[in-house]
Design a protein around this ligand. Structure first.
Ligand SMILES: [Zn+2]
Length: 240
């Protein structure tokens, strides 16, 4: 099986725009060793925290403030039963559907950020029918000035694959011994994936070391091409 990095398509210009954010977010943490830790990319839009008594601790603007490592770990324990098994729950993890405003015209896929991937409901259903595995998402709570608002789902991508250590740059540093933060840069030119870490039950997921990087299996890429879905492109990464 081949694997690919997922990138925004450039051939079909889009006018779509989403101005919104998830209702809840895991706060960044203070760290006596490395200074602090706030990640980017991890998101579980299908999670509903409305019945969690401690949810106010995860609401903006609380999430803009740092918390202690102990408080962060306590919050993670509360969230653990509500997220996919093995979720890293990095500080900065977005939880719950995005609410906000949408405008313009959207294609089959929409990148709100390079790490935040949306798809039309129609595209998601076609991909599921084509046999793509583990594809799910949450409808955005979006205000849209039109009689026919698009049905857009933010895709929920599990963190599942690892880089192969052979592609780490020469100045690669191990994660912080206290909080686990990763202060390295993504080796875009040399990136390679570690075969044994790649999932067999989902076809679209995030890279463990860099949760802003979205990966797709050959099955996903083949389905997208067969269905002629647009606004997305792929770059094959070597697997070792
Ligand atoms: Zn640290």
């Amino acid at each position: 099986m081949k694997f690919f990095e997922v990138l925004e398509g450039t051939s079909t210009p889009q006018t779509g725009n989403i101005d919104g954010a998830s209702r809840w977010c895991i706060p960044s943490i203070e760290c006596a060793v490395c200074g602090g830790y706030g990640g980017l990319g991890e998101a579980y839009p299908t999670v509903d925290l409305n019945d969690l008594p401690e949810r106010a601790l995860l609401e903006e603007p609380r999430s803009l403030q740092s918390v202690s490592l102990e408080e962060y770990r306590r919050l993670c324990e509360l969230l653990r039963p509500r997220v996919p098994a093995g979720a890293p729950l990095e500080p900065g993890t977005q939880l719950g559907p995005v609410s906000g405003k949408a405008s313009g015209r959207f294609g089959d896929f929409f990148f709100q950020a390079p790490w935040t991937l949306w798809a039309s409901r129609e595209a998601v259903e076609k991909l599921q029918d084509a046999g793509v595995r583990g594809l799910r998402g949450a409808l955005g709570e979006l205000r849209y000035r039109s009689k026919h608002p698009p049905e857009l789902l933010e895709l929920e991508l599990q963190v599942r694959g690892n880089l192969h250590p052979s592609c780490f740059l020469a100045d690669w540093q191990p994660p912080c011994s206290r909080c686990g933060s990763n202060h390295n840069g993504y080796p875009a030119e040399t990136a390679a994936l570690k075969a044994v870490t790649l999932p067999e039950d989902v076809d679209l997921f995030r890279l463990h070391e860099f949760k802003t990087v979205i990966l797709a299996s050959e099955r996903f890429v083949t389905a997208v091409k067969h269905l002629q879905l647009g606004a997305i492109q792929f770059r094959e990464l070597p697997v070792r």
